[in-house]
Design a protein around this ligand. Structure first.
Ligand SMILES: [Zn+2]
Length: 464
C-alpha cells in the first residue's frame, strides 16, 4: 500500500488508481534552452523513484507522460520578462529550433546517465499547438477566458478554489501579483494569466509563432501541460509531479484551465512536489558560480550513481544542500555498497527470492511517502547481516529495481568479444587523439547494443 504526501490536501494519502492496475503520471518536463543542472537532476531522480516504486512496490503499470517545453516562454512564471529560448539562441548563436533540439537531446543524455527511466510518452509543446488552441477556444466559449488586443487571458476569479494548492486565497494572491511590473492594462485581474500571446507590441518579433482564431501568436506556458496531459491521460488522472517552484503559479494555473475546460474535478488526484537543491546553503546562481551540471560531477571523477545515491539520502520534500564534502561522503558510501555487492556476487550461487525481514523493512519504508533514507538503512543492514548471500542478493536486486542505483552491474564477461574489441580500438584511437575515430567506434558499439561511457577509471560499457 503506497502512500505519498499530496500537496493539494497537505496530507499523506494512500494511492488509489481510478482503474485497477494502471496509473497515470504527468511530469512537468524541461524547458530546453540550456544545460540541465544538478537541481533538475534531483527532481527527475525523485520522479523516477516514485515511478519505480509504483511499478515494483505497488505493482501498477505507470503511464508516465512528460512534456518538453520548446515553445519560447518567458523567464518568469508570471508572464513577464524575456523569452527563454530566444535568450538561449542568442547566447549560443543558434536558431531557437536548433537550441530546442540540441538541449532536448542533451537533457535525455543526462537523464540516461543518472539512470532515470525515459517517460512512456515524451511530448513537445510545439507538436501540440492545435490541442492548445482548441482548449483555449473552449475556455473562451465557456467564458473562463477573455480576449484583449495583446493576449487571451484566463480570468482567475472564475476558477473555483484557485488558491487551494498554494494555500492562499485569491485576495492575497492579487496583492502579491500587483507588485510585478509590465502588466497589460486591459487585464481584468492582476493574477489573470495568458493563454495566448498575440504577436504585437513587445512580442512583435517573437520568433516562434502560429496562426490562431485570435491572430498570429504563441501559447502561454501553462496551457501546454493542460492540453497534453488531457490528450494522453484523459480529463482526470492520478499523479502530477513538479518542482516546488510550481506550487504557486504554474500548477494552480494548470488546475484552473483543465477543470474549467472539462468541467470535471479534480483534474489531478495527487500532487507530488520535489523540494529544491541548494549549493553550500545558497541558491544556485550564475553570479555565485555554483550552478553545476551533472557533467561537472562526472568530470571530477565521480560515478553518476554516487550522485544519485547522494540525492536519495535527502527526503524529496526536504531541501537538499549539495556540498563537495557531501558528494565525497556519498561517493564513499556508494563505493562501499558496490564492493559488498561485488563480493556477494562472487560467493552467491544464484539470486535468492525477494523476501525476508530486510526486504519487508525496505518495502515498508518506500511505501511510507518514499522514506528512502530508511530504505537505504534496511539495505545496508541486510547486506551486513548474517543471512545467506543468495538472500542478500535478492534484497539488492529489489533495491536496484526501486532505487535505480546500478548496484548489480553486468560484468564484461557477458559482453560479446566484438564489442570489447571495439572498446579497445576506441581506447587506442583516444590515445592517438583521433577523436573522429573514437566517435565512430562509439556509434558502432551503440549499434551493437551497448553504450560506452568515459569515466575517471577509463571506458565503461553497459547494455543499452
Ligand atoms: Zn507543467
Amino acid at each position: 500500500m503506497m502512500k505519498i504526501f499530496n500537496s493539494l490536501s497537505k496530507q499523506i494519502e494512500l494511492i488509489e488508481p481510478y482503474k485497477p492496475g494502471i496509473i497515470g503520471m504527468y511530469a512537468c518536463g524541461p524547458t530546453v534552452y540550456d544545460y540541465p543542472h544538478i537541481g533538475h537532476g534531483r527532481k527527475y531522480v525523485n520522479d523516477d523513484v516514485l515511478r519505480r516504486a509504483l511499478t515494483r512496490i505497488a505493482g501498477l503499470k505507470v503511464n508516465h507522460v512528460q512534456n518538453i517545453t520548446d515553445v519560447g516562454h518567458l523567464v518568469s512564471d508570471g508572464d513577464e520578462g524575456e523569452d527563454k529560448l530566444e535568450k538561449g539562441a542568442r547566447k549560443y548563436g543558434k536558431t531557437v529550433w536548433e537550441v530546442a533540439s540540441e538541449y532536448t537531446d542533451y537533457f535525455f543524455q543526462e537523464m540516461d546517465i543518472l539512470n532515470v527511466l525515459r517517460p512512456t510518452i515524451s511530448c513537445k509543446a510545439t507538436d501540440h499547438i492545435v490541442e492548445q488552441v482548441k482548449m483555449i477556444e473552449e475556455l473562451v466559449e465557456r467564458d473562463f477566458a477573455y480576449v484583449t488586443k495583446e493576449a487571451v487571458y484566463f480570468d482567475v476569479t472564475k476558477a473555483e478554489n484557485y488558491g487551494q494548492l498554494f494555500g492562499q486565497d485569491l485576495g492575497e494572491k492579487m496583492v502579491g501579483v500587483r507588485e510585478e511590473v509590465e502588466t497589460d492594462n486591459s487585464k481584468k485581474n492582476p493574477a489573470d494569466f495568458a493563454l495566448w500571446f498575440m504577436r504585437v507590441g513587445k512580442y512583435e518579433d517573437h520568433v516562434m509563432h502560429w496562426q490562431s482564431p485570435w491572430g498570429d501568436g504563441f501559447p502561454g506556458w501553462h496551457i501546454e501541460c493542460s492540453a497534453m496531459s488531457r490528450k494522453y491521460l484523459g480529463d482526470q488522472f492520478e499523479i502530477h509531479t513538479g518542482g516546488e517552484d510550481h506550487i504557486s503559479i504554474h500548477h494552480p494555473n494548470e488546475i484552473a484551465q483543465s477543470e474549467a475546460a472539462t468541467g470535471k474535478t479534480p483534474f489531478v488526484k495527487y500532487w507530488f512536489h520535489s523540494a529544491f537543491l541548494m549549493v553550500d546553503g545558497k541558491k544556485m546562481s550564475k553570479s555565485l558560480g555554483n550552478v553545476y551540471k551533472v557533467a561537472d560531477i562526472i568530470e571530477r571523477g565521480y560515478d553518476p550513481m554516487a550522485l544519485r545515491y547522494y540525492y536519495l539520502s535527502t527526503h524529496y520534500r526536504k531541501q537538499m544542500n549539495f556540498t563537495w564534502e557531501g558528494m565525497e561522503a556519498a561517493a564513499n558510501a556508494y563505493k562501499k555498497l558496490r564492493e559488498q555487492v561485488e563480493e556477494l556476487m562472487k560467493i552467491a550461487k544464484e539470486m535468492g527470492s525477494q523476501e525476508g525481514e530486510h526486504v519487508d523493512t525496505f518495502i515498508k519504508a518506500v511505501e511510507e511517502d518514499l522514506n528512502i533514507a530508511n530504505a537505504l538503512a534496511a539495505l545496508w543492514e541486510g547486506v551486513r547481516s548474517d543471512v545467506i548471500p543468495e538472500e542478500k542478493l535478492g534484497l539488492v536486486s529489489l533495491a536496484d529495481e526501486v532505487l535505480g542505483l546500478r548496484l548489480i552491474r553486468t560484468s564484461e564477461i557477458d559482453i560479446p568479444k566484438e564489442v570489447i574489441d571495439l572498446k579497445n580500438k576506441r581506447e587506442d584511437a583516444k590515445a592517438n587523439k583521433d577523436y573522429q575515430m573514437a566517435d565512430k567506434l562509439r556509434d558502432l558499439i551503440y549499434s551493437a547494443g551497448f553504450e560506452v561511457r568515459d569515466t575517471a577509471d577509463g571506458q565503461v560499457l553497459k547494455p543499452r
